[in-house]
Design a protein around this ligand. Structure first.
Ligand SMILES: NC(=O)c1ccc[n+]([C@@H]2O[C@H](COP(=O)([O-])OP(=O)(O)OC[C@H]3O[C@@H](n4cnc5c(N)ncnc54)[C@H](OP(=O)(O)O)[C@@H]3O)[C@@H](O)[C@H]2O)c1
Length: 384
């Protein structure tokens, strides 16, 4: 059951009254300049093709997350220093991956204070400092990290503000282009989180607001308080629960959708086989769609992807990313990788397209494959 938002530890006043009171007088005019609708963006863009003029979520080969323009494929930096799927990599090896990605056309970089904690932001900040104005940096707050390791969820306004001050230093910048709530704190109403980010946007410390793994009703409540530019949640050929209302809600509200786990944590990059097994301390061991039974079942999805790869002269990772891109024009996957040749390969997905008939053929085959250990569609309607 979804835990109800409670304010039990703020008995005398609502957290909104307590925590935002001090911010009200600080509003600068920065937010006014951001108030451009996606449609205005598209119609002002004379170089756009006719197709992109009619589609406010695509322009000049870029995609729009609300009013934020990004490369159609971003780079997830989580596993570089925090070593989620691999041992932590050396900074001297990862900086060339990040800078090399920019040379390959990637302008959208994803990190979070909890990755490490802090070490991934430090890496991203150092790598992108010389080209800061050419890129979009997204980071996330939402956990208690005051002891230097990951605690529970904490989105109290003072914690959000502390997080942002730390991010600005680690990322070596004066603004976070896209500031996400990483996970909803059941003790803080989403309106208070959105209100705090709204104040940070007015102060110029953040430019856009994002959410991660929340329900359509939470998206709506947040968006009513502060325009949400992007929702980042897990979505791939295997993990498709968010097709239940969430992606449509983003489309309706003009919010971009950023799938994390777009190559299913490497599975759709053909990194494993049906005999792959994970040690207990591996991050994969806790993932229900990586049990031996699930891996065996999902080989059928991989085989389908390989078959489309043969038809389109593409790798499984490229087909998996191209499929996501083809679902909606406001979808921007952020595959994570520690290898520049994988960044290059993933960018190749931009050259693959599916006709409407091919999309139907692909989905018909996909939906016949039984999945194991994936999220139920109803889970998409509940904050994670
Ligand atoms: N909002 C959230 O709660 C949340 C949660 C998790 C992640 N994220 C973000 O989303 C990003 C992406 O998600 P993810 O990293 O969990 O999953 P992912 O992108 O689906 O998978 C990453 C794995 O795929 C492999 N890979 C990437 N491209 C490949 C290719 N072309 N061929 C073969 N293997 C390839 C990588 O290995 P190599 O290093 O060997 O290339 C890596 O181990 C993260 O980096 C992070 O920024 C957000």
């Amino acid at each position: 059951m979804k835990k109800k938002h409670t304010m039990s530890d703020q008995p005398k006043e609502t957290s909104k009254q307590i925590n935002r009171r001090g911010f009200i007088s600080k509003s600068a005019l920065f937010g006014a300049g951001m108030a451009v609708t996606p449609l205005a963006f598209a119609s002002e863009n004379h170089a756009s093709t006719k197709k992109s003029m009619n589609n406010p979520t695509v322009r000049n080969g870029k995609r729009m997350l609300g009013t934020l323009e990004v490369s159609p494929i971003g780079l997830g930096c989580m596993s570089m220093k925090s070593g989620s799927y691999n041992p932590p990599r050396d900074k001297k090896d990862m900086i060339p991956v990040i800078r090399g990605a920019v040379n390959l056309g990637v302008t959208f970089f994803d990190t979070a204070e909890v990755y490490g904690p802090f070490t991934d932001e430090e890496l991203v900040g150092e790598a992108l400092q010389p080209i800061r104005d050419k890129v979009v940096i997204a980071s996330k707050f939402g956990f208690e990290l005051s002891t230097g390791s990951r605690g529970g969820r904490n989105s109290r306004p003072e914690n959000i503000r502390n997080a942002v001050e730390g991010m600005l230093k680690r990322l070596r910048t004066d603004r976070i282009d896209l500031l996400y709530l990483h996970r909803l704190d059941p003790n803080v109403p989403i309106e208070d989180v959105a209100g705090t980010v709204k104040d940070l946007i007015k102060e110029g410390k953040a430019l856009h607001f994002g959410l991660s793994e929340v329900s359509p009703s939470t998206i709506r409540k947040a968006h009513a308080e502060q325009q949400v530019s992007a929702l980042q949640s897990e979505y791939s050929l295997i993990q498709r629960a968010l097709e239940n209302e969430v992606i449509d809600t983003c489309g309706e509200l003009g919010i971009g959708f950023v799938p994390w786990g777009p190559v299913c944590r490497g599975f759709l990059g053909d990194k494993f086989n049906e005999y792959s097994r994970f040690s207990e301390d591996s991050r994969f061991a806790a993932v229900p769609y990586f049990t031996p039974e699930a891996i065996k079942a999902h080989m059928e999805v991989l085989n389908l992807v390989r078959e489309w790869g043969r038809r389109k002269d593409a790798t499984p990772a490229q087909i998996s990313l191209a499929w996501l891109l083809s679902q909606k024009p406001f979808i921007v996957p952020i595959p994570g990788t520690t290898k520049l040749h994988h960044v290059k390969q993933n960018q190749g997905a931009l050259n693959i397209s599916f006709t409407d008939a091919e999309k139907i053929e692909f989905r018909t085959a996909l939906e016949k494959i039984p999945l194991v250990g994936v999220r139920a569609p109803e889970s998409a309607l509940v904050d994670q």
